[in-house]
Design a protein around this ligand. Structure first.
Ligand SMILES: [Fe+2]
Length: 292
């Protein structure tokens, strides 16, 4: 079962003691969720207006911020600049937090996108594959990552409403159930997908299996209901972190969340043996990345 570990951290720039760092590493690399109930991301008086779905452009699921630009939002240029400042401030805070708690990840904190999610977590009609109210590990069809980790920092900026997740069994148990149901990748398929622009770069066997686990778990409604799981409430003003490629998670309700994704190479992990790549290679009995 996924561990939920709470730590008393009340600053985005904590002077993290070794025992706090160790507990944080154990929590996230061990496949748990690290919860910081005292670490709120504060909005300025002028930013509270952004807690409304009206800022979404209606097409994208989330408002995203990458390379200084906001995507998926609508408003006047002044509004969008203010929104970008708010999301950018969160990105900086999340980066400083991660660098303080996990010094080995520090060189990688600026590498990925930030999202602001002013829409309700559930309610939009989506296909089963995109239904994040079903337990899953994150895996992205178009972005093969060759074992690179997906660390996510979330903060509930809703003033009243909890963000509610379900979390499931641990990664190895889930993988044991679903690996036998993942069909092997056809030879030649990675090159074709890459040539057609479906993937950015070649989809490794690792990426293929992670996508398969994501899909097979979401497709199995019996598993969704009966597997070992628990409900977790993230109260307003709570920040939490996890490796979303390892934690079985499902978004059940909530609105107004900020999220920072950080890609951590396996070489920066403290305990690479517990990564999904290592677990899958043990279960398969072979290497899952091409050798160069
Ligand atoms: Fe997810």
């Amino acid at each position: 079962m996924t561990d939920i570990v709470s730590l008393e951290v009340a600053s985005w720039r904590p002077t993290a003691q070794p025992d706090i760092q160790r507990a944080a590493v154990d929590a996230v690399e061990g496949g748990g969720v690290l919860v910081l109930p005292e670490l709120a991301f504060s909005l300025g008086a002028d930013e509270l207006r952004f807690l409304s779905p009206e800022w979404s452009d209606g097409r994208a699921k989330n408002i995203s911020f990458e390379g200084g630009a906001v995507k998926g939002a609508r408003g006047t240029p002044d509004d969008l600049a203010a929104l970008a400042r708010m999301i950018g401030r969160f990105a900086a805070c999340a980066g400083e937090l991660v660098a303080a708690l996990f010094p080995r990840y520090a060189p990688y904190v600026t590498r990925a996108r930030t999202s602001f999610r002013p829409q309700p977590a559930v309610g939009r009609p989506v296909s089963w594959r995109k239904d994040d109210a079903r337990l899953h590990v994150d895996a992205f069809p178009s972005r093969p990552n060759h074992g690179e980790r997906i660390l996510r920092v979330f903060s509930n900026v809703n003033r009243e409403q909890d963000r509610v997740w379900r979390v499931g069994e641990n990664f190895a148990a889930m993988a044991q159930t679903f690996l036998p149901r993942v069909r092997p990748q056809l030879p030649g398929m990675p090159s074709i997908l890459s040539m057609l622009g479906v993937t950015k770069g070649l989809r490794s066997e690792y990426d293929h299996l992670m996508l398969g686990l994501h899909d097979r778990a979401k497709a199995d409604l019996d598993y969704q209901q009966r597997c070992e799981q628990r409900v977790v409430h993230f109260a307003p003003g709570t920040t939490w972190l996890c490796f979303s490629d390892q934690v079985m998670h499902a978004a059940m309700s909530g609105q107004h969340m900020l999220e920072q994704t950080i890609h951590v190479p396996t070489s920066a992990l403290y305990r690479p043996d517990s990564s999904p790549l290592a677990v899958l290679e043990r279960l398969c009995g072979r290497r899952l990345l091409p050798t160069h």
